[in-house]
Design a binder for this molecule. Structure first.
Ligand SMILES: C[S@@+](CC[C@H](N)C(=O)[O-])C[C@H]1O[C@@H](n2cnc3c(N)ncnc32)[C@H](O)[C@@H]1O
Length: 258
């Protein structure tokens, strides 16, 4: 049996030193990392700790990470900080300029690049754009895919009909999401990780487990599930009275808040 090539630069013989690498499935994060060029202003961006943890565990410096729903570029900023290359795609064109200057201003480790692209990730033309960007960076494959799609229609990102948050039905949303997984999968190196980040929604008196539903679509595309993590940010709990509002809703409508 051959040796498995390491997918990160963590040295397992020094495992006791990696205090800040999370190995539990419940992620209790004190607060959002707002350092450097990160901005919490964009509605629906994820906390930088998510791509940071994923990249440190499952990629090496010099690897390439692709984010098909880039948003404000949290993944791209974390990638350059950690010395990984990155390509981000978003249907919202104004984000590209935003992400470009943020990446330029961010302190990067090594001589890596992070390139934002405008495109509809459900479309083969976008994939061609991603491939030619990979060529320009001299990569034939990526070492990680990160997908943080809209949570169906709970936040509308754009009027563009192809924006996943405008999918008319839940089934249509899931079909389009799966289309993205199917398109990007051939770019991923064998044995590497796809990181899916999504929240559930609660609508018309019913809990809609978008996390499980999208996860099943990813599995249908040939992936195996390695972990399921739930995060909680303590600082959000007091935010703008939201905690009380959700507690009220939960008690009134008989559900639990994740
Ligand atoms: C939840 S946000 C991602 C936020 C990102 N992780 C960040 O930290 O900023 C989802 C993003 O998907 C984009 N989007 C929606 N439909 C898309 C599509 N068909 N192709 C590419 N991007 C899309 C939206 O414009 C939005 O910026």
């Amino acid at each position: 049996m051959g040796k498995r090539e390491p997918i990160s630069d963590l040295d397992i013989t020094r495992w006791e030193e990696y205090d800040d690498i999370i190995t539990d499935s419940l992620w209790l994060l004190g607060k959002r990392d707002n350092s450097g060029m990160h901005s919490a202003e964009y509605w629906g961006n994820f906390v930088p700790q998510i791509p940071n943890q994923a990249m440190r565990r499952f990629t090496k410096p010099g690897d390439l990470v692709i984010d098909a729903f880039m948003g404000m570029g949290t993944t791209l900023l974390e990638a350059v900080r950690l010395g990984r290359y990155a390509i981000g795609v978003d249907i919202n064109s104004w984000l590209v300029e935003q992400v470009k200057w943020r990446v330029e201003m961010e302190e990067s480790k090594g001589n890596v690049q992070a390139i934002p692209i405008v495109g509809d990730s459900t479309q083969p033309e976008t994939l061609e754009q991603v491939k030619s960007t990979m060529d320009s960076l001299r990569f034939s494959q990526a070492q990680m895919l990160i997908l943080h799609p809209p949570y169906h229609d709970i936040i509308r990102f754009n009027d563009h009909p192809s924006d996943l948050s405008n999918a008319p039905t839940l089934d249509e949303f899931l079909d389009r999401f799966e289309q993205v997984v199917a398109l990007y999968t051939p770019l991923l190196q064998e044995g590497r990780f796809l990181v899916l980040v999504i929240g559930d929604k609660y609508a018309q008196r019913e809990w809609v487990p978008l996390g499980f539903m999208t996860m099943e679509r990813v599995k249908r595309q040939g992936y195996i599930l390695k972990s399921l993590c739930v995060k909680d940010i303590q600082e959000n709990r007091g935010k703008r009275g939201q905690h009380h509002l959700w507690r009220y809703r939960a008690l009134k409508h008989d559900f639990y808040i994740i």
